[in-house]
Write a protein that binds this ligand. Structure first.
Ligand SMILES: [Zn+2]
Length: 494
C-alpha cells in the first residue's frame, strides 16, 4: 500500500516537474517571438533568408521529391524565384517521397487519424498529424513536429498581446493559471481542432483549458460559470454568442481569438460590443498554421514573416504589388522540416498593405483577405434564430467519404439544398449520403425544422472569375429582425 502511495507521489511529482519544464520552455519561446518584433527590415530579411536556406537544404538532403524537383538548383546560391512552385496534387501524389523522416508513411498516418482515440497524442512520440478539410479540393494529410505547434501558440501569445508579463505575474500564473474557453464544433483532426488538442500540454501551467462544443444548448451558462479570461472560437461562433449580449456575464474576459474564418469589421464591432473585450484574428492554412496574427496596436493581421514566407501572386505566379489583391499565395513554411512546403500554392486572395504604419510590429500587414468570409446562414428555430456557419459545413463534409465537391443553397429560410459531386469511385447509395449528411448536421445543431434536400450533380465548378469554389449561397438574405438585433448589439458600444 505504502509503495503504491509512494509510487503515485513520485508519478505526481514527475508530472509536475514535466509541466513546469514545459511551462518555462513555452515562456522562453514566447519571449523569443516577442523579440523578433523589434527586427529592422534588414534583420527580418536576413532571418528569412537563413531559414529559407535551411528548409530548402534540409528538403533537398532528405526528401526524394524535392531533390528531384530542385535538381537544377544550386543549394548554396539560389534565388527564391528560381524554385518552381509546389501544388497540393504534387504533395498528395508523392507523399512518402516528400516527407523527410523516413519513418513517416502515408498509410500509417492515415490509420493514425482514422482512430479518434489518437486525438491529442503525438505520432511516434513527436509529430502532430492533421488533415485539411478539403475546402480547396481533396484533403491532404499534414505532419509537423511538436515544436511547430508550440511555435503557433507562442506566436499568438507574443504577437496578439500588448501585455508585458513581469516575472512576478508569470510566477503567479503558475499557481493561478489563466482560464481559457476553447469552443469548437467537434473534436477532430482538422487543423484548428488538432492544435486545440495540444494546447493544455504545450502551454503548461500558464493556462487551464476547458473545451466546449458550439452546439451545446447551455453554452452561454457554462461560459458564465467558468468566467474565462480568454475565449477562442471560430468567428461565426463568436458572432452567434454576441447575439445574446444580455445573457453573457463574462466579467474576467480579457480578450477573444478567432480563427478559420475571416472576421469582418462589422462582426468584430458586434462581438467586441457584446463581449466587452477585444477580438484578435488568427490567420493560418493547414499547410502553414502560423501565417498571421491579429495585432492589438493597429488591429490588422500581420504576416509572421519570420516563420512564413508569403508571396502574393497572380494566376501566372507573378508577384503583384502591395495594395493589390492577388489570385493566390505561394507560401513557404519556415518551421516545418518534416513535411516541407516550399513556394506552396494556396488559393487565398489577399492584398498586403502598401505601407506598414503600425507602431510595434514591423512585419507585413494584410490589407484584406477575400474568399475566406464566414458565410453565415440564418435559420429559424421556434421563435429564435440559429446561425449556421461555413466552417460547420466544411467540418461535416471533411468527415464524409465519397464526396468530391459540395455546395449548399439556402432556397427558403428553413430549406437547404445540397448539391454534391461524388468521387468517381464512390459506391455509396444516395440515401446513405443523405442520411449521413442530415445526421451530422443535426449533431451540430441544425434544427429539425430545417428541411435538407440533396441533389447529385455531375460536376460543381469554381467561380470562373476568382477560380474559387463558392460553396455557401444565401438566396434569402438575413431576416429583418436579425439585422435589427445585430444593429442593436453594435450600438451598445456607443
Ligand atoms: Zn500592427
Amino acid at each position: 500500500m505504502n509503495s503504491i502511495a509512494q509510487k503515485s507521489r513520485d508519478e505526481l511529482w514527475k508530472v509536475a516537474r514535466m509541466s513546469l519544464l514545459q511551462t518555462l520552455r513555452f515562456a522562453a519561446t514566447v519571449h523569443l517571438q516577442k523579440g523578433a518584433m523589434r527586427f529592422s527590415k534588414e534583420k527580418l530579411e536576413q532571418v528569412q533568408r537563413a531559414r529559407m536556406q535551411k528548409v530548402v537544404r534540409h528538403a533537398m538532403a532528405h526528401s526524394d521529391f524535392y531533390r528531384q524537383k530542385f535538381r537544377s538548383i544550386n543549394v548554396n546560391k539560389f534565388r527564391l524565384a528560381d524554385l518552381p512552385p509546389t501544388t497540393k496534387d504534387e504533395i498528395r501524389g508523392n507523399y512518402d517521397a516528400v516527407v523527410t523522416d523516413k519513418r513517416l508513411r502515408l498509410a500509417e498516418l492515415q490509420s493514425f487519424i482514422a482512430d479518434s482515440a489518437n486525438l491529442g497524442r503525438w505520432f511516434l512520440g513527436e509529430y502532430a498529424v492533421t488533415q485539411t478539410s478539403g475546402s480547396q479540393g481533396a484533403p491532404l494529410v499534414i505532419v509537423q513536429h511538436r515544436r511547430c505547434i508550440e511555435l503557433i501558440f507562442a506566436l499568438m501569445a507574443a504577437r496578439s498581446s500588448v501585455a508585458k508579463p513581469t516575472l512576478n505575474e508569470a510566477f503567479q500564473r503558475l499557481f493561478r493559471p489563466r482560464k481559457v474557453a476553447a469552443i469548437s464544433f467537434r473534436r477532430g483532426f482538422y487543423p484548428s481542432g488538432m492544435t486545440l488538442e495540444y494546447m493544455q500540454e504545450l502551454l503548461g501551467s500558464f493556462v487551464q483549458v476547458t473545451r466546449f462544443a458550439s452546439a451545446q444548448p447551455d453554452l452561454v451558462e457554462r461560459l458564465n460559470d467558468l468566467q474565462p479570461a480568454v475565449i477562442t472560437a471560430n468567428a461565426s461562433v463568436l458572432e452567434a454568442l454576441a447575439m445574446h449580449p444580455d445573457r453573457l456575464q463574462l466579467k474576467s474576459l480579457k480578450y477573444l481569438t478567432s480563427s478559420s474564418e475571416e472576421l469582418s469589421e462589422g462582426a468584430r464591432t458586434r462581438i467586441e460590443a457584446a463581449m466587452k473585450a477585444p477580438v484578435f484574428d488568427h490567420y493560418g492554412a493547414g499547410e502553414c498554421l502560423q501565417l498571421g496574427d491579429g495585432c492589438p496596436r493597429c488591429r490588422k493581421l500581420h504576416i509572421n514573416a519570420d516563420w512564413a514566407y508569403v508571396e502574393v501572386v497572380d494566376n501566372d505566379y507573378q508577384p503583384v504589388p502591395a495594395g493589390t489583391t492577388g489570385t493566390k499565395l505561394l507560401v513557404t513554411n519556415l518551421a516545418n522540416f518534416a513535411q516541407p512546403f516550399i513556394r506552396y500554392e494556396i488559393a487565398d486572395c489577399i492584398a498586403l498593405s502598401a505601407e506598414n504604419r503600425c507602431h510595434g510590429n514591423p512585419m507585413p500587414q494584410i490589407e484584406c483577405i477575400e474568399g475566406r468570409a464566414a458565410d453565415l446562414l440564418c435559420v429559424n428555430e421556434g421563435n429564435t434564430k440559429r446561425f449556421l456557419s461555413g466552417i460547420m459545413f466544411h467540418t461535416v463534409f471533411s468527415a464524409m467519404r465519397g464526396v468530391r465537391e459540395w455546395r449548399v443553397y439556402q432556397r427558403e429560410r428553413n430549406r437547404l439544398e445540397f448539391q454534391l459531386q461524388l468521387l468517381d469511385a464512390a459506391t455509396i447509395a444516395g440515401t446513405t449520403v443523405e442520411e449521413q449528411l442530415t445526421g451530422r448536421l443535426r449533431e451540430f445543431g441544425l434544427p429539425e425544422s430545417v428541411i435538407v434536400e440533396v441533389r447529385f450533380v455531375p460536376e460543381l465548378a469554381p467561380d470562373p472569375k476568382t477560380g474559387k469554389m463558392r460553396r455557401i449561397i444565401n438566396e434569402v438574405g438575413w431576416p429583418d429582425s436579425t439585422t435589427d438585433s445585430l444593429q442593436r448589439v453594435g450600438e451598445l458600444k456607443h
